[in-house]
Structures are given as structure tokens and as C-alpha cells.
Design a binder for this molecule. Structure first.
Ligand SMILES: [Mg+2]
Length: 238
């Protein structure tokens, strides 16, 4: 079903047609990004094409670039001290690494989360880097910040493949990779990541920036001086 944006011209309909679903799906995506829509399990099926176009058509990349531009603006006012305790926290999935190829096979999140298939994908070590974040990663390290990679990936089953995947892409020189140890299995991302950040602060680190695609990366304790939310309309991590 379509609506026409403009009235007829020269007796013929204007070519400016906007699918009605796009209006709904755009609102849905904004609600997701603004954290008004919470605890959603799958992308609404009528938004499959919309999310596909968003992810593959250039807008997703542009939105990421906009966030990274804002990080660079913020970085102009932050100079690391000589004590080596100035830290940034980067998430992994849909932050450093992209699972877009995997989610293409899962109808961009219309299909429910499949933990076994996702683990197999991670173990294939095939995630590409998100280019703008890769550049940011090296900018942070070269500027003297300590970069901590903090992810809810299961340490036991995905730890080595995550390290291999990161290193193969050129993500090295980070201070620490913190994954979900068996003690944190079944615990939400907010308490898990809060605990990890609290430990860093107890070690004397100052968290200047915290970057992730999920609100659960950015909420809780010791979230950092600034948080930066990257887009992700494909899945929600509680
Ligand atoms: Mg993530």
C-alpha cells in the first residue's frame, strides 16, 4: 500500500511515492534507538525490507560515521595524562565487529535469535571490522588512551575465536579483552558490564568514553564521562 506525497502534476501522478510501511518502520527504528522501544525480541516482519535497506543502502554506515564524528569532536577536549590511566571502552558486536553477513541469513533480525547458529558464526572468525570504529580504535591507542574491549560474548566458547578474529583484522594493542566468564552466565549485560567497569575504576582508570550499539552497553555503573550509542535495528540485548 502506498501514499502519494504530492498532488498530481500535469494530470499524471507524481513519482514521489513513499511506502506506508516505511513511515511505520522509520518510527519503530527511532523508538528503538531512543530506547523507547525496549525488550523487543524480533524486528517486525513488515519492516524486513526497511531494515535491509537501512543496513545495506548506506544509511547505517552514515549513521555510524556521524557518531564517530561526534566522538572526534569530544576527543578534541580530552587529553590523556601521563599516568596511563585514561581509558575508553569499546563493545565488540556491531561496534568493532560486524555481524551483518550473519544477520542477512536471519532476515536482518526478523528471525528470532539462534544461539547455536550465532556461536558457529563467531567461531568461524569471519566478522569484518566496522571501518570507522577500526580507525577510531587506532586513533585512541595512538593518542595514548588505554582501550578496553568489553563484550558479553561467552569467554569459554567464543574467547579464542574472538581474539583470532580481532587480531586477523588488525585489532591489537588494546589493554584488555573482557568477555563473559562462566560466573556471569545468565546475568544481564547491564550488571555484567557495570561490574567490569567498576573493577577498572577501582584499578584507577578514568573512563572517558564508552561506545556500544546497545543501551545495555551504556547504562548502569561507571558508564564513563561520555557514552556513544551506535545504531542497531537488528537485535536487542537485555
Ligand atoms: Mg554490541
Amino acid at each position: 500500500m502506498f501514499i502519494c506525497m504530492f498532488s498530481k502534476t500535469n494530470g499524471k501522478p507524481s513519482s514521489w511515492f513513499v511506502p506506508v510501511e516505511n513511515g511505520y518502520c522509520m518510527s519503530w527504528r527511532v523508538a528503538v534507538e531512543a530506547y523507547n522501544e525496549r525488550a523487543w525480541r524480533t524486528v517486525p516482519v513488515q519492516c524486513l525490507r526497511y531494515v535491509e535497506n537501512y543496513m545495506l543502502g548506506g544509511q547505517y554506515d552514515q549513521d555510524i560515521n556521524m557518531v564517530v564524528e561526534q566522538i572526534y569532536n569530544y576527543l578534541r577536549d580530552v587529553a590523556p595524562a601521563a599516568d596511563g590511566k585514561d581509558a575508553w571502552i569499546l563493545d565488540i558486536d556491531e561496534t568493532c565487529l560486524s555481524n551483518l553477513f550473519y544477520y542477512q541469513g536471519k532476515r536482518f533480525g526478523v528471525d528470532p535469535f539462534d544461539p547455536v547458529a550465532f556461536r558457529n558464526w563467531v567461531q568461524s572468525r569471519s566478522c569484518p571490522a566496522i571501518p570507522a570504529i577500526y580507525v577510531l580504535f587506532w586513533k585512541l591507542i595512538n593518542s595514548g588512551f588505554k582501550v578496553f574491549l568489553l563484550s558479553g560474548r561467552d569467554e569459554e566458547t567464543m574467547g579464542q575465536s574472538t581474539i583470532d578474529n580481532l587480531h586477523n583484522l588488525g585489532f591489537f594493542g588494546y589493554e584488555r579483552l573482557i568477555l563473559r566468564s562462566p560466573a556471569y552466565r545468565g546475568i544481564g549485560a547491564v550488571p555484567f558490564k557495570s561490574e567490569a567497569r567498576k573493577k577498572l575504576v577501582a584499578e584507577g582508570y578514568k573512563i572517558w568514553g564508552n561506545v556500544g550499539d546497545q543501551w545495555s552497553d551504556l547504562l548502569g555503573d561507571c558508564t564513563g564521562d561520555r557514552t556513544f550509542k551506535l545504531p542497531n535495528p537488528m537485535y536487542y540485548v537485555p
